[in-house]
Write a protein that binds this ligand. Sequence first.
Ligand code: PMP
Length: 445
Amino acid sequence: MSSSPLFYQAGPAMPEVSHGRGVYLWDTDGKEYLDGCSGAISCNLGHHHDGIRDAMLAQLDRVAFTYRTQFENAPAMALAEELVTMTNRDLEKVFFVSSGSESVESAIKLARQYFVARGESHRRHFVSLRPSYHGSTLGALGVTGYQPLEAPFADITQASIKVPGPDFYRHTEGDDDAHIRKVLRETRERIDSAGSESIIAVVLEPVGGASTGARMVSQAYLEGIRKLCDEIGCLLIFDEVLSGVGRTGTWFAYQHWGVAPDLLTTAKGLGAGYYPVGALLCREDIVDTVMANGGFQHGHTYAGNPLACATGLAAVEAIRNEKLLDNVVARGQQVREGLEALKARYDFVGDVRGIGLLWGVELVMDPATRSPFPAEANLFASVTALAKEEGLLIYPRRTLDGLAGDHFLISPPLNISEQEITILLERLTRALQRLESEVVAPLAA
Ligand code: PMP
């Protein structure tokens, strides 16, 4: 038999999925997996959610697709209203897309068009963090700070100005305040040397995702960045593709700090894994300016179709009706305690960070120096494989930019129960126990 025509990335052979219920998935051999990372931090309501299924079927029975320039559709209007309400009207305009990359791409283009419309075409640079991940289309890749993804396209992307973000685990400034002052100073210096009048926007994730292992910002950092953007007259874009729609215990992660952006991107959890739907949210005056000057020169065929928006609406309603923001806070505390206990038990668990149900665990060779394992050891792959054998899915990454080592995300569905978190932690403990005896100890020998 010839091999499958499908191609993704090289990796170990995968089981074939059979079905899913709640936080569990089963493969065709009958093995059960607890989905500890919601797929790609997207299945935020687990698998086979009745409310979403019913809403999708009801919409399918009416109409699945209409084109956004031919018809208004009720689910799109209702979901747009919901999203604006979720920001407490910090942002009042919504542009639908079908993926995270599309939402970032849309933000980049809207921000540029805003300045072109204002006669400021000299603004042509974006500023973003290294490491970071903002998507795989060329515009989104341009603001991404993750070397292996950037390298093949370096000559054909419009790369942003990359600046360091806060790193509360590895900084050497002694205290966090001094670290933030240094990061903000460096950011300002980089912007000034490029010419602050050339900047369109600063783009960042309030809570990092896969590329940083849930690296956090702080109040002082976000306030400092907001102030900087206001001073130089550029826009602030928060990428909440991963951290939005309840993942961190508030509708959007930025609400933990009360520092609002001018544009915000979201996707993943909005469709809850049932249908691709994302959104760009923005300040009304930005949209008004662009619309008064020829309109937004941008769009994607599937944007805002009735089935996509009915799915997103059902996901948002489920989070509200099932009081899942409260659940995220309570279960997040349970995850934090469990991960902290693992850090106390295993030297190679260097850092545990996160908020709500978005947690990163960083693995280090030496907790004193915080030095990462050698890249060839592929710790991130080993821990993922061992967890999978133990019936737990986690989301791994190795940052190769010399900034951080192997890490993985624990980000289960927002409706996970207390007992299921206990099972998640038990399986993770067994995986780390095996990592120690089967991988870490032989490496040290
Ligand atoms: N931004 C962030 C912060 C993300 O985490 C991702 C996906 N991991 C994207 C953008 C791109 O989203 P998508 O894969 O849906 O295109």
